[in-house]
Design a binder for this molecule. Structure first.
Ligand code: MN
Ligand code: MN
Length: 297
């Protein structure tokens, strides 16, 4: 769930910040207008730091755990203003009949991975998280709409644009992230191997397995120093792909994803929420966008 660029000085009449709510609504309005989807779901971190990932790599997201732990569950460090808005976000999405989907013991990434790989329609994954570049697949019409530079700098990533950007294919992206590491997720990477070497190794040997075999093969072209780095990280390399790969086989049941289903009850509820939380303009824009796809449907 991206925390989009509306300043926190935007509040409801009682002073509760609603910047994230309005930012999300504006983002949905913009996406629906520009991409005209007939289906849309919001994926939720039911578990933002699953223990099965932490068991494999203890540093995974460790820097994002707050000192407060609720009921033995790690709490993610997030601005207090954002946390207060999560219930409003859920209410607003429900009023718009946009499903929120999560899975126990899994991150939103895993839900997105499962939806994208099981869908039989073209899928655009809207995210600011690079982990999901692994899902891009031109043959299956799966793209990433990358939001890291905001909605005005939205990047549409396909096989070709990913190769342009990183010099690795979507199929190589997990191995690339494993080798290079990712400080935003507490993924250490292989000591001494940065982006450039990771790209070079993947171009030469294809994938992580090929690189590990080359490190074990005295006749391979690997330099002694890179060989030592790969061999020295054998334990990490054995588990890291399972942490970085998103799960693609969750059974998520029947989805209510059609966004052309707003009835008068929904409208009544969304208008009530718009008044309660001072969401006026943002609700108007999202309703206009949803109506335009409804009319086409
Ligand atoms: Mn990430
Ligand atoms: Mn992620």
């Amino acid at each position: 769930m991206p925390f989009t660029g509306v300043p926190e000085t935007i509040t409801a009449s009682d002073g509760t910040p609603v910047n994230a709510v309005r930012g999300l609504l504006d983002m949905i309005a913009r996406l629906v207008t520009d991409y005209e989807p007939t289906q849309l779901v919001a994926c939720w971190d039911d578990d933002w730091r699953p223990s099965w990932r932490v068991d494999l790599i203890p540093s995974y997201k460790a820097h994002r755990v707050t000192s407060a732990v609720a009921d033995g569950v790690d709490v993610e460090e997030a601005p207090a203003g954002l946390i207060a808005q999560l219930p409003v976000i859920r209410d607003v999405l429900a009023a718009l009949n946009i499903s929120v989907i999560g899975a126990a013991h899994h991150e939103a990434d895993d839900v997105i991975g499962s939806l994208a790989s099981q869908a039989n329609v073209p899928v655009d994954v809207v995210t600011g998280d690079r982990d999901l570049f692994q899902l891009i697949d031109d043959d299956r019409n799966v793209r990433v709409l990358y939001t890291a530079r905001g909605m005005s700098g939205l990047e549409v990533l396909t096989d070709a644009t990913l190769v342009n950007k990183y010099e690795v294919s979507p199929r190589q992206y997990v191995d690339y992230a494993v080798l290079r590491g990712d400080s935003s997720d507490g993924l250490p990477g292989v000591g001494g191997i940065g982006e450039k070497t990771a790209v070079k190794l993947l171009q030469e040997f294809g994938d992580l397995e090929g690189i590990i075999s080359a490190a074990d093969d005295p006749s391979s072209s690997l330099s002694p120093s890179v060989r030592a780095k790969i061999s020295g990280s054998a334990d990490y390399l054995a588990v890291a792909p399972d942490v970085v790969n998103v799960v693609q086989d969750l059974s998520l049941g029947t989805l209510n994803a059609d966004i052309r289903t707003l009835d008068s009850e929904h409208l009544e509820e969304i208008n009530r929420l718009a008044t309660e939380w001072s969401l006026g303009g943002s609700v108007k824009r999202v309703l206009r966008a949803l109506r335009s796809v409804q009319d086409q449907g």
